[in-house]
Design a binder for this molecule. Sequence first.
Ligand code: FAD
Length: 488
Amino acid sequence: MSTDSSSPVLVWFRDDHRLSDNPALAAAAATGSQVLCFYVFDEESKGIRRLGGAARWWLHGSLKSLNDALEQAGLRLLLLRGSALEAVDTVVQATGASAIYWNRRYGAAEIAVDSAIKARLADRGIKAHSFNGRLLHEPWEITNQAGRPFQVFTPYLRAVNARSIQPPLPAARRLLGGVWARSILDQAVPLTELGLEPSAPDWAGGMRQVWQRGEHAAQARLSRFVETGLKGYAERRDRPSQEGSSRLSPHLRFGEISPRQVWHSVMNAVAAEPSLGLDAEKFLSEIAWRDFTYQLLHYYPHLPDRPHSSRFDNFPWNQDQNALKAWQRGLTGYPIVDAGMRQLWQTGWMHNRVRMITASFLVKHLLTDWRQGEAWFWNTLVDADPANNAFSWQWISGSGPDSAPFHRIFNPVTQGEKFDPKGDYIRTFVPELSRLPPAFIHKPWEASPTILREAGIDLGETYPEPIVPHGPARGRALEAFRSLRDME
Ligand code: FAD
């Protein structure tokens, strides 16, 4: 790739906050020109979804860590706020850059912004170079025999497994940094002024205790997982009381690590230790799910805000705000649901098995529109992801492509007993139940008054009674679903 090496080139970072395996940065560096890096905090462009509180907190640390890493490599990250179209225009004009490099995005609003920017740059004679820095394979690379996107995961996975995954690029160590013109520096915003971290009140303490943000932390987490967590993953991933999964999701969400890096690191581990094969296969299939949801978001951009299946357009959702609030606060009276919702609130993350249980409870036991749950997760998850979150909520609701059927209703008691048999997860996040014996920890209402008294529980006072009884709630959900089938 050749450009006029006397003028600088630009790298626009967008959810790819890393120096290693960053194709846009690598290509910009390869030009031999001075490299200028920037980030635009854009809440103005049409359709761009405002980040939720937990993700904003993550973004702060992620940008700080990216800037630190760039400084070590001889560069700095310029932060701008406002419409990306205007910001890119300003940067291009102020720097006289000959080209701009970025990694691609897949949401409809983001694509519209990027296309408008590309067109404006073309008018100015400036080339925009874009790359895949986010996925194993881009949505249009894997199609069924008719050339259409897959709707079902299993054949999609088969197609993924039939292709090779590009090896990751090494980190750009020393880069030729350019100097930003005074005119643009005056428009730069200090990170703290973006207001991404909460101050009064500072509710991020629980997240700070659990997470380290940034590329370095992501790599460390991956190494730890491959060394100590991969063995037994297929079974342990379903145990919410254990650290049985990688917890790479927020790092992947913000591009602090790439799926290619994860993939190859796991494959290298298997090459060295073939007995890891089955665990690795399961883990890598989860990484492929992430690509699958991006493919669906790309082809069905309404995924976050409309049921994919139009059968659900007029579903008789319940509008009970008190029930929604009880769910959000972890006060439903079902210990596994409440533990999950409190883990989410305290740490910005929830275990996958418990995400399924809590989501099913909201949609089926409480008959609440999945979009309310999707919005709550969007606001409270550090890994809130436009594709994974929307797809997963539609999957649980039965309205998405390749979904669990609506009549599959998770029983919060038996799920708890199966996946948290001793109640360790409940004891961590619902401390008021911590003295209950395992036989009752997932159903305190069945404990005798003596057992409850000995455990220090006054049901209805210190911990709620179930807000809906399981049996009738299940019946009500099936009834509502039947009305939906009758519409066919
Ligand atoms: P691991 O088991 O270690 O998996 C590794 C990676 O694979 C994850 O980091 C993630 O990127 C990907 N992955 C794992 N499971 C899935 C899945 N079911 N679908 C798509 N990708 C997957 N994941 C998000 O990243 N962001 C979300 O906003 C999100 N919302 C969800 C909402 C609901 C209702 C449900 C049921 C699931 C949601 N998931 C979401 C998927 C999954 O729960 C998380 O990816 C996983 O719990 C993250 O933990 P981990 O990194 O330890 O996962």
